[in-house]
Design a binder for this molecule. Structure first.
Ligand code: 7MK
Ligand code: ZN
Length: 871
């Protein structure tokens, strides 16, 4: 280990800022070789600060070139301040003063994509969490909120569009071909919400009138070639604006709302005040080029960023430990929005699937942390499924415990009490308590305690008394740095069904003790409990159901989520048995129970088609892996394939009929019902292809070439490429390439389909594709489509016995550590889970992690994840 260790930051060390910035005036002179930034900060000592004469400490990235620094017009000399790697300190400053700072930066060579950088010839920014310190020296922390005024100057021909937060207040031309625009944002904000865009952009314009009658101008900017792919985002934005008025009583607050699509972006999107910046993959959509999943992602991400205007911008985070304050709440808000405008049960099934595979794995791994972490080395590493998805589940539980009216009262109080402030998750819970009169003291442990709780449920039936006793026991396994776990307060939504599947009672139990028994009287017979309805708490719930009981729940539970879950429980149980058989060298038998229940779902015409496809989808390999002590990727894959094949053959006619029934005429629309139909149709096509019969290949090829939408075309492509029809797969890939080579987002699918192909040779193919002219290792979308898809979506090939997959990933991490540390660190995830694999694999994974750790100048991002996963 040659590098110096990055510092660990602790929540317990939080101190209020020593200085406040009433106003921030910025002037950017953008040019090809360099950018000059002049920052004028109106500073005063914070009266609440700890010291009477505090030094001014500004954050500043090592890449900043300081040209001039002055206080109240007096230029400072080298002796007046000290610079370290990360800070600039001025020891002697007046109570109140104006600081002017001129810096030179280089967006044109910024490959980290943090701060100001270039994406396909346009300038754009990403400042959350700590990117602003790469633009100028500043107190770059979310509890310093300032009013910003920004002037952008650039060549008028290359950069006709110049944007920043707020309202445009002045424009003009200079003699040298440059022009400028000045933007004023009246709402005080932390620096992480600052944004700037400059480029030659096309725009889709619309407007929205708020419920109080204010007209808001809506503008979505993109490269000209993508102008025809902005309608869905615009429609989604208007839906989201309306929903937030209806459900939370929240209106938009500026006269203009802008979204800009950029192709180089580390994450999905960013909620900068009045000027959202989006990854093209989360905003562009058109039927021919975009799958249903991507249409829905656009809708939910547009809504997510819009909702941040209240949950994040008007009320923001005091410090980054509070990240879930805005992210957990906003994910809960966008999930409810999607549930309301599409299918509630389907949305829940999708979200819970993500939670139970990826978030549970994170919570059981070396990077496990509470929803409100208490320490970090690099905050970028904490934009996690735990902070986002588990954080949203925590808000959902408050919603379940309080009920919708009191929850709304709590949200109203929170927004009113803290408008314009930077606050904590505790302030959020307090508002919920004050508005509802409920005590959430114990509930708060969800924010501080890491790990996924286990809840063991058991029932006992007293026929004589007509009494059912349900006992729930909770425990949470130790996580790194947290050995002791306390009982949590959790809502357990339930129903009791009789043996005919009729509901006898339903409600919400509140589990607060390690063990608690709930008694139900006056029951006509031994009930079947439906537990954790709607996944009412983010826990692993076990109950020893008989096959018949699961069948009953699958057929008749009134809770759609639990119907699906009953099928999943049945499939998981049977598949784990088959995996044991496979490993022991016994032949694997497909249990008739599974075939029967799959048949009954497939033939039940009364079922909501939106749910059928989900009910018939076998648990994924990652979810099965989560259920195993030691993960045998090959056994899991082989068993799942064998099961698919047998279900395919046993129910061939049913698959074909359901396929035909699900084909629809008419123009493509991305509404929930049509999406469900296509999803069922393509599920059936997958099963038909799994028979290995040529007739179904012909059907798939026809669907591929005739499709008028990307969902059907992509499904056919991916199913054939991953099937035993190897030559046909190659032909389709070529055809797809020729058809779509000019559409970057479509070509990402082309890369991803090949990277996730479980057949032998995938690694060699991925290595070849990394040399493909359309691959670009500086573009995170391309890295996700090829490298991440191989390492995270292709377990059998990534875990190849010879360790070639691990070596491949480590090589990429080492390369990206220099160019883009955030992406490098995110790609690392599959390697960090080494403890879950057999010894031989463990040793190989570990030695790759050690190889990375030995690299000179490891970024804090990569260092933190590698060192913690080796600890
Ligand atoms: C979502 C932060 C941004 C991970 C998931 C998002 C990011 C990272 C979008 C970037 C967001 N504030 O709105 O949460
Ligand atoms: Zn967010």
């Amino acid at each position: 280990m040659s590098q110096q260790q990055p510092q660990t930051i602790y929540l317990k060390d939080y101190q209020v800022p020593s200085h406040l910035i009433a106003k921030t005036e910025l002037r950017f002179e953008l040019a090809e070789e360099e950018t000059l930034v002049r920052a004028t900060l109106h500073v005063r000592r914070n009266p609440e600060g700890a010291q009477a004469r505090p030094a001014l400490v500004l954050n500043g990235h090592p890449s900043l070139e300081l040209c001039r620094l002055s206080i109240d017009g007096q230029v400072l000399s080298e002796r007046d301040f000290q610079r370290t790697d990360e800070t600039l300190t001025i020891t002697q400053v007046p109570e109140e003063f104006t600081l002017e700072c001129l810096t030179r930066i280089h967006p044109e060579t910024n490959t980290a994509l943090e701060g100001l950088y270039k994406s396909d010839g346009m300038f754009c920014t990403q400042c959350e969490a700590e990117g602003f310190r790469r633009i100028t020296f500043y107190p770059d922390r979310p509890d310093v909120m300032s009013v910003f005024s920004t002037t952008v100057v650039a060549d008028k021909t290359r950069y006709p569009i110049l944007l920043s937060n707020g309202n445009p207040v002045e424009t003009g031309e200079e003699d040298d071909g440059r022009h400028f625009v000045t933007w004023d944002d009246p709402f005080p904000k932390p620096a992480y919400l600052f944004a700037l865009v400059a480029g030659d952009l096309a725009v889709l314009e619309d407007s929205y009138t708020t419920s109080s009658g204010r007209k808001v101008s809506l503008k979505i900017y993109a490269e000209r070639k993508d102008l025809d792919k902005l309608d869905h985002a615009m429609a989604s934005l208007k839906k989201a604006m309306h929903w937030d008025e209806q459900v939370y009583g929240r209106e938009y607050d500026l006269d203009i709302y802008m979204i800009v699509a950029v192709d180089f972006f580390n994450m999905g999107a960013m909620e900068n005040k009045g000027l959202n910046i989006f990854n093209t993959s989360c905003v562009l959509a058109s039927p021919k080029t975009t799958t249903d999943a991507a249409f829905q992602r656009v809708e939910s991400v547009v809504a997510h960023e819009y909702f941040h205007n209240w949950s994040g911008n008007r009320v923001t985070c005091r410090d980054w430990f509070q990240l879930s304050l805005k992210e957990g709440f906003t994910v809960f808000r966008d999930a409810e929005f999607s549930a309301d405008v599409n299918s509630r049960t389907v949305k829940r099934v999708e979200d819970v699937t993500l939670l139970r595979t990826a978030q549970f794995a994170e919570d059981g791994g070396p990077m496990a942390h509470p929803v409100r972490p208490d320490s970090y080395m690099e905050i970028s590493n904490f934009y996690t499924l735990t902070v986002y998805e588990k954080g949203a589940e925590v808000v959902r539980m408050i919603h379940s415990l309080l009920g919708p009216e009191q929850f709304r009262a709590g949200a109203d109080l929170y927004f009113q009490r803290h408008d314009g402030q930077a606050v904590t998750t505790d302030d959020f819970v307090k508002a919920m308590e004050d508005a509802s009169g409920r005590d959430l003291t114990q509930f708060r442990r969800w924010y501080s305690q890491a790990g996924t709780p286990n809840v063991e449920a058991s029932g006992s039936w007293d026929a004589e008394q007509g009494r059912y006793r349900l006992t729930l026991r909770q425990s949470t396994p130790a996580t790194p740095g947290q050995d002791e776990k306390l009982p949590l307060h959790m809502p357990i939504a339930y129903g009791l069904l009789d043996q005919q599947g009729r509901e006898l009672s339903a409600g919400v139990l509140e589990l607060t003790e390690s063990e608690q028994t709930f008694v139900f009287d006056n029951l006509p017979g031994h009930p079947v409990p439906s537990l954790l309805r709607g996944f009412s708490a983010p826990v692993k719930l076990s109950f020893d159901y008989s096959d018949e009981e699961l069948m009953l729940l699958l057929k008749s539970d009134t809770d759609g989520f639990n119907r699906w879950d009953a099928g999943q429980r049945m499939a998981v149980r049977l598949m784990l048995g088959m995996i044991d058989d496979y490993r022991a060298g016994r032949s694997i038998q497909v249990p008739s129970l599974l075939v029967e229940s799959w048949a009954s779902v497939l033939r039940d015409r009364s079922l909501d088609p939106a749910m059928v496809a989900h009910l018939l989808r076998l648990p994924g390999e990652a979810y099965l892996a989560e259920q195993c002590q030691t993960v045998d990727v090959e056994a899991i894959h082989e068993v799942r394939q064998a099961l698919r094949e047998q279900l395919a053959n046993a129910l061939k006619d049913d698959w074909l009929q359901a396929y035909k029934r699900s084909c629809q005429d008419g123009a493509y629309t991305p509404d929930a019902e049509s999406i469900a139909r296509r999803s069922l149709k393509n599920l059936c096509l997958g099963y038909l292809l799994a028979t290995g019969e040529d007739a179904w290949l012909a059907l798939a090829e026809e669907q591929f070439s005739r499709a008028d939408n990307m969902t059907d075309q992509h499904a056919a492509l991916s199913l054939v490429v991953h099937s035993s029809f190897r030559e046909a797969g190659e032909r389709m890939l070529d055809a797809f390439h020729n058809q779509w080579q000019h559409e970057a987002l479509v070509m990402n699918q082309w890369f991803a389909v090949q990277a996730s192909d479980p057949w032998p040779g995938a690694l060699e193919r991925v290595q070849r594709l990394a040399e493909h002219p359309l691959f670009d290792e500086r573009n995170p979308n391309k890295l996700r489509a090829l490298i991440a898809a191989f390492c995270a979506q292709n377990p059998v090939r990534f875990h190849a016995e010879d360790g070639s997959g691990y070596r491949f990933l480590a090589d990429w991490i080492i390369k990206l550590n220099t160019s883009n540390p955030q992406v490098a660190s995110r790609l690392l995830t599959p390697l960090t889970r080494w403890k879950r694999y057999p010894d031989a694999a463990q040793a190989k994974m570990k030695s790759e992690l050690e190889r990375i750790l030995a690299v000179d100048k490891l970024s804090p991002d990569v260092y933190e994840v590698v060192s913690k996963s080796l600890a």
